[in-house]
Design a protein around this ligand. Structure first.
Ligand code: NDP
Length: 294
């Protein structure tokens, strides 16, 4: 039998919110037998019309397939949904966003009930699910044999990135990337506020911001990783901590002059000053990472 005509793994999906519905459609389109369950049954109706089997209870849905994917609101809803399901022999893939410690506890909980467990962190939004060129993907961590067994089915909605056997590491990567994103959002909010009352169009600033952040991100991130690895924060530093800290009043005074709150900038500047007081002015900004760990 040719590989493309092998029967597709049956999939059960618990959760038909915005994300679950997007995931469901990709498995249906790829020819996987799909059983779905949602707390509010009406949300399953369109998928039933598209070929999904609709289970009346989560336990019934779990019983229907070897591979059980969960995409619910939070960890509490996962526990509520799986409470009465028989998990023995099941491969549970939990794509619900949680903390790393919740993911580890959920893995132990599922394994104690006889399941293999893989956790996932979705780095995509519903419209990019099933659209490979959009670049979305899912971090996975936990049971490697489960991942290897189901890699083809898991790759249907979005690309996969397996980040190790610790079931908390998918959530850890997810939260790390999103935390960095919020820092970037904070910076762009401040930048737009600075020009808001001036004769500078937001649309004129936008491409400049994008170009600048894109140019700064890769070298800054790579250099920080190199320095954290080597422990050398001072060799070949181009913009040192002493100079950059001396420059911070320029940013704070400009904010004040523009009538803009400095509240998004001051926490980072405070860390720079503390590092300068305790460290070496010839360092770059990597020492801030160490300060955050205290
Ligand atoms: P929605 O709010 O659209 O859907 C939430 C889902 O959880 C619904 O199926 C809802 O059921 C169910 N649910 C909530 N509480 C319970 C409960 N106590 N018991 C059983 N089911 C419950 O969320 P999304 O689909 O957008 O998100 C799902 C997961 O995917 C989240 O963890 C989210 O962080 C993650 N994610 C979402 C992204 C997005 O852009 N949407 C991006 C990346 C990750 P009901 O219909 O009955 O209310």
């Amino acid at each position: 039998m040719a590989a493309h005509s092998l029967p597709k793994t049956p999939v059960t999906l618990l959760g038909l919110g915005a994300m679950g519905t997007a995931l469901a459609r990709t498995w249906l389109a790829a020819g996987h037998p799909l059983t779905v369950w949602n707390r509010t049954a009406a949300r399953a109706e369109p998928l039933a019309a598209e070929g999904a089997a609709v289970a009346a209870t989560a336990a019934e849905a779990v019983a229907a397939s070897p591979l059980v994917v969960v995409c619910l609101l939070d960890d509490a809803s996962v526990e509520a949904a799986l409470d009465t399901a028989v998990l023995t022999g099941k491969d549970v893939v939990n794509l619900t966003t949680t903390t790393p410690s919740q993911a580890r506890a959920r893995a132990a909980w599922a394994e104690a009930r006889g399941a293999r467990y893989l956790d996932g962190g979705i780095m995509a939004v519903p419209p990019t699910i099933g659209v490979p060129e959009a670049g979305g993907y899912v971090f996975y961590s936990g049971d490697q044999a489960l991942f290897d067994t189901h890699a083809p089915a898991l790759a249907v909605p979005a690309a996969t990135r397996y980040v190790g056997t610790d079931p908390g590491h998918a959530a850890l990567h997810d939260v790390a990337l999103l935390s960095a994103m919020y820092g970037m959002f904070a910076g762009t909010a401040h930048a737009f506020a600075l020009i808001r009352e001036e004769d500078v169009a937001p649309a004129a600033l936008a491409p400049l911001l994008t170009e600048w952040l894109t140019a700064m991100a890769a070298p800054h991130i790579a250099q920080t990783a190199d320095r954290l690895t080597s422990g050398d924060y001072t060799t070949n530093v181009v913009s040192n901590l002493g100079m950059q800290t001396a420059g911070t009043p320029t940013f704070l005074t400009t904010a004040a002059d523009q009538g803009v709150s400095p509240e998004l900038l001051t926490p980072y500047f405070a860390l720079m000053r503390r590092r300068l007081a305790e460290g070496d002015p010839k360092e770059d900004l990597t020492g801030v990472v160490d300060l955050l760990l205290r």
